[in-house]
Each structure stands twice: as structure tokens, then as C-alpha cells.
Design a protein around this ligand. Structure first.
Ligand SMILES: Cc1cc2nc3c(=O)[nH]c(=O)nc-3n(C[C@H](O)[C@H](O)[C@H](O)COP(=O)(O)OP(=O)(O)OC[C@H]3O[C@@H](n4cnc5c(N)ncnc54)[C@H](O)[C@@H]3O)c2cc1C
Length: 464
């Protein structure tokens, strides 16, 4: 018998007969983790507010500029804590990624971001006003005084400028006009911004001066988050890629403008990975190496091979078709919580549209034994469906049901009646879906009208 190790990707079978090794997630997500994470974040916020209260005194409040100074300190401390939380949310901390999913973490990061920014803005303005009143001087001369005569304040102003740049380019209207890569590069400067604002906090903040314990705790918190970013975002991916030594083996068109890319690497049998997860892929070739893009695995690995499937939609994803065998690949991950661990029942309805097929294809393969599958494929035309035969084979191997709903959206409905006729038990099933954003929003509405509990609806969005 030929071992998988000696097969070439052309003869390699990605179907059910070449069973992939089942690899458990290194950290199985706990349902209680969200509450725990929120409780810890709440305790941290409480501690930050409590520290600021230590500077409170009625006489101080009624002195010149007292109220302004107090509001400035409070907004500064909560804003700084917000910066830490935002950084943790996008640090790709494995336990957070696997429990909550990157899309949720990014969404929370976005929710916190404007509050954090405006708190910092209020901090800057109120402290300038407060100190100006206290020292009986004008606002401009107080600002100049801050910049040139207070320790680390020039760096703090530059840092705030960088944070303002990131905030301004993240406003929806501005971001829409910008290439993702440009936005991402500007966002990288926020790390520099964070480093620049830190030192003025401990060197000028009244809650830190003369309070070595508070200062030490604040330094540990910031250094801890910094170390987390350095280890998880830089150290760990470099170490893993040195081990994996990934390179492109083949690129095959599997549907119009849709390419299956097989990569080959070492130690893949030891990779903790679940169906439905994704990596940030960086192809080390001209035009592609400067940015990584998220793509889901479209099959469980067959060591030494693994596979992703990419639809050419924009400039970077279109270049993928031109990849040559042997091209080095740098992959960060695996990430994502769109895995069977989210299931609450023993019945799964999978709804795929367009390139949303990819995570569902690997998730289907990774479902535990005994789970009943009802796979629904929504497409404009049959030949647009990537990996169609494989999916049918995997569903058949589980004695499940596979249904295609084919046709243009305005001609072929995909409403509650259609869904319940295909999957009568949908309201008591887990529903996993992936497809274009508009499609998912629509289906989510239909599922809600069919009384599918929110906890049983799981989706992967291809936009952050
Ligand atoms: C979790 C996840 C899994 C995905 N899995 C797949 C998959 O299996 N197959 C597939 O074909 N596509 C997948 N995508 C979508 C894919 O990442 C984008 O289509 C691709 O990055 C577009 O890049 P582009 O430069 O060609 O297009 P552009 O025209 O530059 O961008 C098109 C859209 O993709 C977004 N985008 C661009 N670059 C990135 C990036 N580096 N990170 C995040 N979003 C970006 C942009 O905001 C824009 O909305 C996935 C996306 C996510 C978030």
C-alpha cells in the first residue's frame, strides 16, 4: 500500500476513502470562557477606576482646574486600559481565538475602539484646560509647556497623533475608499503609538508618582500585553514556520476563478487543527509576500499535504492563480472558532454559498461520528460549486442529505419554506453557514423566523 507521504498531490485523494488524521484542538473552547474573560476584563476596569479614585480629594476638586484635571485623569486611565484591551483582543491569543473566534474578537475590538479614542481625546483636552487654569496661562502656551517641559510628553503627543491616524482611517467611509493593505500598514503604527504614550503615564500620572506598587502593576500589565503580542504575533509564527517549511506543491482550477492550492510541509501530523479553521497565508513571491490573507483550509490535512481553496476576487487573490510549485509559504494560525466544537446538538445543517464552501468542506470532514448531516449548497450555477464531488461523497459516507438550490437569487427563492422543506428539523439542529455577507445576513433573518436558537447558529464571515 502506498503511504500518503509518497503520493503526489495529483494522485492524492481528498475524499472520504483517504481518511484524514483527526487532530484535537490544543485548547478545546469552553462555553464558560466568555463569561470568565468578561469578568476579568471588568475586574481590570474596576481596578483602574479605583486607582484613579486614590487621587480624589474635595479640596483638589475645588481648586483651580480641579474638575478638569480629575476628568482628565479618569478618562486617561480608562482610555489607556481600553488600549490594552483592544490590543489583547487582536493579539490572536489562542484560547480567545478558539473560544470566541477571530471575527467576534475583531468586532469587539471595533466596538471598544471609538470609546477608547474619545476618552483619550477628552484626556488630552481636559488636562490642557485644567493645567492652564491651575497655572493661570493660555491653552496654547500650556500645550507648548507640556510638550517641551514635561517628561515623555513629546513622545505621548506623537503617540496620540499615530492613534488618531489609525482611528481616522478606521472610520467606515474612509476605510471603504482605502485598500486593505494601506489601512493595515497605517494600523501597524498604533503599536509604536502605544509604546510612545506609555512612559508619560508613569512619569507624570499622579496616581503613579510616589506609588511604586501601582506603578509596578501598571508596568507589568503593559509589559505583559507587549510580550503577548511579540510572542504570539511574531515569535510563535516564525518558530512554527521554521518547523513546517511549507511550500506550494500544486495549483488547480476547481471552479471558475477558483483555485485549490496544495501545500506541502513537515510535522503537519502534529498540527492541532480543526475543520473550518483558517490561516493567514503569505506566499513568498513577487506581489504577494508583503501581505498575508486569511483563507480557510478546504480539507483536513493529508500529511505532508494540506489544501486551501481561493476565489480570485481582488488583486491579491487573483495572483494566487500564478503561484508556482516550490514557492515558499508562511502561514500564521490555525485560527477561528468555526469548528464542530460549537455544536449543541447531534444534527447539523450546513449552508454554503460561493467560496463559503471552503470552511464547510473541511468542517464536514471533521464532524464527529454519529452526527447527522444535511448539506445545502446555494449557487447560481452547478459548475460554480468547488469540490462538489468530494462534498457529495463525504455526505454519502455519513448517509446524510445533500441538496443543491441552483439559480439566480431573484429567480430561485431561498426562504423559510425552502429551508424547512429541505431540512424539516432545522430548528432543533446546529446550523453552520458561510457565504457572502449579504447572503448570510439574509439567511440569519430566515433562521430567526424559523425559531432556530441563536446559540445554534454558527457562521464564518469572510470580511473582518
Ligand atoms: C476568516 C476568513 C476566511 C476566509 N477564507 C477564504 C477562503 O477559504 N477562500 C477565499 O477565497 N477567500 C477566503 N476569505 C476571503 C479572502 O481573505 C479575501 O477574499 C482576500 O483576502 C481578498 O484579498 P484581495 O487583495 O484579493 O482583495 P481586495 O479587493 O483587496 O479585498 C476584497 C475584500 O477582502 C478583504 N481583505 C483583503 N485583504 C484582506 C486581509 N489580508 N485580511 C482580511 N480581509 C482582507 C477586504 O477588506 C475586502 O473587503 C476569507 C476571509 C476570512 C476573514
Amino acid at each position: 500500500m502506498t503511504s500518503l507521504r509518497h503520493r503526489t498531490p495529483e494522485t492524492l485523494n481528498w475524499g472520504p476513502e483517504s481518511a484524514a488524521l483527526r487532530r484535537p484542538l490544543r485548547t478545546v473552547p469552553s462555553r464558560h470562557f466568555t463569561s470568565l474573560a468578561l469578568t476579568l476584563a471588568g475586574i481590570g476596569l474596576g481596578a483602574v477606576v479605583a486607582i484613579t479614585f486614590t487621587t480624589f480629594s474635595w479640596s483638589g476638586l475645588h481648586a483651580a482646574g480641579g474638575w478638569w484635571l480629575y476628568i482628565g485623569r479618569l478618562s486617561g486611565m480608562i482610555g489607556a486600559y481600553g488600549l490594552l484591551m483592544m490590543t489583547v483582543l487582536i493579539a490572536r491569543v489562542p484560547v480567545l481565538e478558539k473560544s470566541l473566534g477571530q471575527d467576534h474578537l475583531v468586532r469587539w475590538h471595533r466596538v471598544i475602539a471609538p470609546y477608547t479614542y474619545w476618552l483619550l481625546f477628552v484626556h488630552v483636552i481636559t488636562l490642557i484646560v485644567g493645567y492652564a487654569q491651575m497655572q493661570n496661562t493660555g491653552l496654547i502656551s500650556q500645550t507648548i509647556n507640556f510638550i517641551f517641559h514635561y517628561p515623555d510628553m513629546l513622545a505621548a503627543f506623537i503617540g496620540f497623533g499615530l492613534l488618531t491616524m489609525a482611528a481616522a482611517t478606521s472610520i467606515r467611509q474612509a476605510r471603504r475608499k482605502m485598500k486593505y493593505e494601506t489601512w493595515w500598514s497605517i494600523h501597524l503604527y498604533t503599536y509604536l503609538g502605544l509604546a510612545l504614550v506609555f512612559f508619560h503615564e508613569i512619569r507624570t500620572g499622579v496616581m503613579f508618582i510616589g506609588h511604586p506598587l501601582t506603578t509596578a502593576a501598571w508596568e507589568v500589565a503593559w509589559a505583559g500585553v507587549g510580550a503577548l503580542v511579540l510572542i504570539i504575533r511574531i515569535g510563535q509564527p516564525i518558530w512554527r514556520n521554521i518547523r513546517w517549511q511549507l511550500k506550494v506543491t500544486s495549483v488547480t482550477e476547481v471552479a471558475p476563478k477558483t483555485f485549490a492550492i496544495v501545500v506541502e510541509g513537515r510535522h503537519l501530523q502534529r498540527m492541532a487543527l480543526s475543520g473550518g479553521q483558517f490561516f493567514q497565508w503569505r506566499f513568498m513571491t513577487k506581489g504577494l509576500w508583503t501581505h498575508s490573507h486569511p483563507y480557510s483550509i478546504s480539507a483536513m490535512p493529508r500529511p505532508p499535504y494540506m489544501r486551501l481553496t481561493v476565489k480570485s476576487l481582488g488583486d491579491q487573490s487573483s495572483l494566487v492563480a500564478t503561484l508556482r510549485p516550490g514557492t515558499r509559504v508562511f502561514a500564521e494560525g490555525p485560527y477561528g472558532a468555526f469548528t464542530h466544537h460549537k455544536s449543541e446538538t447531534k444534527q447539523v445543517v450546513m449552508i454554503a454559498a460561493g467560496i463559503g464552501i471552503t470552511p464547510l468542506r473541511s468542517l464536514l470532514e471533521d464532524l464527529p461520528h454519529g452526527v447527522a448531516v444535511n448539506f445545502i449548497m446555494r449557487a447560481n450555477a452547478v459548475d460554480e460549486i468547488a469540490h462538489r464531488d468530494e462534498i457529495r461523497d463525504f455526505v454519502a459516507a455519513r448517509a446524510g442529505s445533500y441538496t443543491e438550490v441552483i439559480g439566480l437569487p431573484n429567480e430561485v427563492p431561498f426562504d423559510g419554506t425552502v429551508l424547512t422543506s429541505i431540512a424539516p428539523a432545522i430548528s432543533t439542529s446546529d446550523v453552520f453557514m458561510c457565504g457572502p455577507d449579504g447572503f448570510m445576513n439574509y439567511v440569519q433573518g430566515v433562521l430567526t423566523s424559523l425559531n432556530v436558537p441563536v446559540s445554534q447558529i454558527h457562521y464564518e464571515r469572510f470580511t473582518f
